[in-house]
Design a protein around this ligand. Structure first.
Ligand SMILES: Cc1ncc(COP(=O)(O)O)c(C=O)c1O
Length: 407
């Protein structure tokens, strides 16, 4: 039977293959160190949980909530932007709460895209950046991730050669999966480019607070005039370890925010009110900076342990400056296998799960993404396993070749 039109545009998640292998290894008793999915293992702060419990006891919070977010929550997000970035937002017209930033991003794509519209999207990138548009009949032209001169040359080429002309571009810094960061100067150039060519900018700032080495991540909305063409998505998933709560935001350009708000008003009734109230409390927390810094320091320690222990095991992993991920080149001997086969081998032979770079796009295939979602002890355990694995590389590769020959 022929697959549905939309489903045909969604290839089976590459990560599914790795997940299946991981599940069967675990079922067979293996102790897999899981550095695959970017699912924070840290608990949500107790006072946020308490606020949820307190609110859920009130029967008046059990009905449908506000699709665009309760007013206090939108005000809290506007205040966060002002404190953190010096960006003033009107909570009524420039802020909408979303069911996680992934939902917000996907529905923004739905709201602004006509069939055949071209959108510029980084590769490698978080899958919804491209698939949000592909699902609604848009077409993608890939752009690089690294914020260098070639980035802008690629943008210029995209404008010249795309028919029809692109309607929007996606950017994501700190990048998932590459952990690339940018400075405000870069955003200035992006805004100038977007204005010149009349394209919207959708900036995914999911890792706004997970930066190391003391350099806070900028927002594109800090650029004067950015509000004319840009929206930005933030998330409570990583900053507050609230991934399962599904709470994020889109802020910025009024026309785009209004389009997203309209689409959402047809689709959802907003997050459960107690979730919105607890999220408001989190954003208004007088100790917010201290709490966020604890999360940041935890990831930073894990990063340092990862880079050090994997390095000593024989795998040089560049230290990420931000995000929850290291973007690691596949060790030379295994490069020819590609990232999916290499990731499978790591599960089978080293009891370590990572995300294959190919899952983020064709340009990710020389890499795997290692998420900092297990504690330092477990990361060291992974490094010991990797050391053993690398020590027997020739034998392993020999067996892979003989297995292939038999297939
Ligand atoms: C770049 C990026 N954007 C968005 C998301 C989704 O976050 P949320 O939980 O807010 O939907 C993630 C999650 O990993 C991400 O890495």
């Amino acid at each position: 039977m022929e697959e549905f039109h939309k489903v045909r545009r969604l290839p089976p998640y590459v990560f599914e293959q790795v997940n299946r292998l991981k599940a069967s290894a675990r079922a067979a008793g293996a102790d897999i160190v899981d550095l695959g999915m970017g699912n924070p293992d840290l608990p949500t702060n107790q006072f946020i949980v308490d606020k949820l419990i307190e609110t859920v006891q009130r029967p008046d919070t059990h009905g449908y909530s506000a699709s665009k977010g309760i007013p206090g929550l939108r005000r809290a997000q506007a205040n966060y932007y002002e404190r953190r970035f010096g960006v003033k937002l009107n909570p009524d017209t420039q802020v909408v709460a979303t069911l996680g930033s992934k939902e917000g991003f996907a529905n923004m794509a739905q709201a602004i895209t006509a069939p055949g519209d071209v959108v510029l999207c980084p590769n490698p990138s978080y899958p919804i950046h491209a698939f949000g548009f592909l699902m609604v009949g848009g077409a993608i032209r890939y752009i690089p991730v690294e914020p260098d001169d070639e980035f802008f040359r690629a943008l210029e080429r995209a404008i010249i050669h795309s028919i029809p002309k692109p309607i929007a571009m996606v950017i994501c810094y700190p990048s998932n999966p590459t952990a690339t960061v940018v400075e405000l100067e870069f955003y200035k150039e992006v805004v100038a480019f977007a204005k010149k060519h009349d394209v919207f900018v959708l900036s995914d700032l999911a890792y706004s607070e997970i930066y190391f080495d003391g350099k806070p991540t900028p927002s594109i909305l800090q650029v004067p005039g950015a509000m004319d063409i840009a929206v930005e998505f933030t998330s409570m998933s990583k900053t507050f370890s609230m991934a399962g709560w599904r709470m994020g935001f889109a802020v910025g350009n009024e026309r785009l925010i209004s389009a997203l708000t309209r689409v959402k008003s047809y689709l959802d009734y907003g997050a459960f009110t107690p979730v919105q109230v607890a999220a408001t409390a989190a954003l208004n927390d007088p100790d917010i900076d201290k709490h966020i810094d604890e999360v940041r320091q935890t990831y930073k320690r894990r990063r340092d342990v990862l880079v050090d222990s994997f390095g000593r095991a024989g795998w040089d992993v560049p230290p990420p400056a931000a995000s929850m991920f290291a973007w690691a080149p596949i060790p030379e001997k295994f490069k020819h296998l590609g990232s999916l086969e290499f990731s499978k081998l790591l599960i089978e032979k080293a009891d370590v799960a990572v995300a294959p770079g190919i899952g983020f796009g064709e340009h990710g295939d020389g890499f795997v993404r290692i998420a900092l979602v297990e504690n330092e002890h477990r990361i060291r355990q992974a490094a010991r396993n990797i050391k053993r694995f690398l020590g027997t590389a020739d034998e392993t590769l020999h067996n892979v070749v003989s297995l292939d020959a038999r297939r």
